[in-house]
Design a protein around this ligand. Structure first.
Ligand code: C5P
Length: 222
């Protein structure tokens, strides 16, 4: 079994940045599972389909090209909303499940472990993860962080609109019947409201390190 760090949480909570930094720290592979839903949404929208339509959305999920995960086109809030719509369709989640489980079971590059961030990693994709974090922050702060992040890639959005979209997306993600966003009973809550990136990373590392270091030692012994 590879070592798995599951990082779930609300939109723009900083979970992606933390997951990336944790992966770099431990030399593990990283997958942003949200990119799979965003790529699916982009494929649907580009083909002129409806992200709420099961056939369109499943076609999109089967057509995704992971090498496009760095494309700024998937980072817009329109695509974020469409991603949330395709993500509520069970057949889409089923189509993306094996890829995520394979990634965790056999992390690319022969890494000893993997870090995956999303909404259902610790609850559905890998309930037996070595360590689980649930990342959250005050919505106003998350909206402001997202505004700056988008401005950095040339997309200028107003704060109020972003805040409304973020709250609507979180509400939809928490309320959907399949794989809703929720904190696994064994996930540790990390509230990043009063923490800058370095402080949030230090806190995340302190929370997961005992379990991850223990698992690494067990592997070396075994
Ligand atoms: O994390 P990100 O904001 O990129 O995710 C976009 C959308 O994809 C989320 O709002 C959510 O609906 C969906 N998602 C999901 N399960 C995951 C990751 C993302 O349903 N594991």
């Amino acid at each position: 079994m590879s070592i798995v760090i599951a990082v779930d949480g609300t939109a723009a909570s900083g979970k992606g940045t933390l997951a990336k930094k944790l992966a770099a720290h431990f030399g593990f592979a990283h997958l942003d599972s949200g990119a799979l839903y965003r790529l699916t949404a982009l494929a649907v929208v580009t083909a002129g389909g409806d992200p709420r339509d099961e056939a369109d959305a499943v076609r999109g999920a089967r057509a995704i090209d992971l090498s496009m995960a760095g494309d700024p086109a998937i980072r817009t809030d329109r695509i974020g909303q469409a991603a949330s719509q395709v993500a509520a369709i069970p057949a889409v989640r089923a189509a993306l499940l094996d890829f995520q489980r394979d990634f965790l079971a056999h992390p690319p590059g022969g890494s000893a472990g993997a870090v995956m961030d999303g909404r259902d990693i610790g609850t559905v994709i890998c309930p037996g993860a070595t360590a689980k974090l649930y990342v959250d922050a005050r919505p106003e702060l998350r909206a402001e962080r997202r505004r700056k992040e988008l401005a950095g890639i040339g997309i200028n959005r107003d704060f109020a609109g972003l805040l409304a979209e973020l709250n609507a997306r979180d509400a939809a993600d928490k309320a959907r019947p399949i794989s809703p966003l929720l904190r696994a009973p064994d996930a540790v809550l990390l509230d990043t409201t009063d923490l800058d990136i370095d402080a949030a990373f230090a806190a995340a590392l302190a929370l997961v390190s005992p379990k991850v270091e223990g698992a690494l030692k067990d592997r070396h012994r075994g």
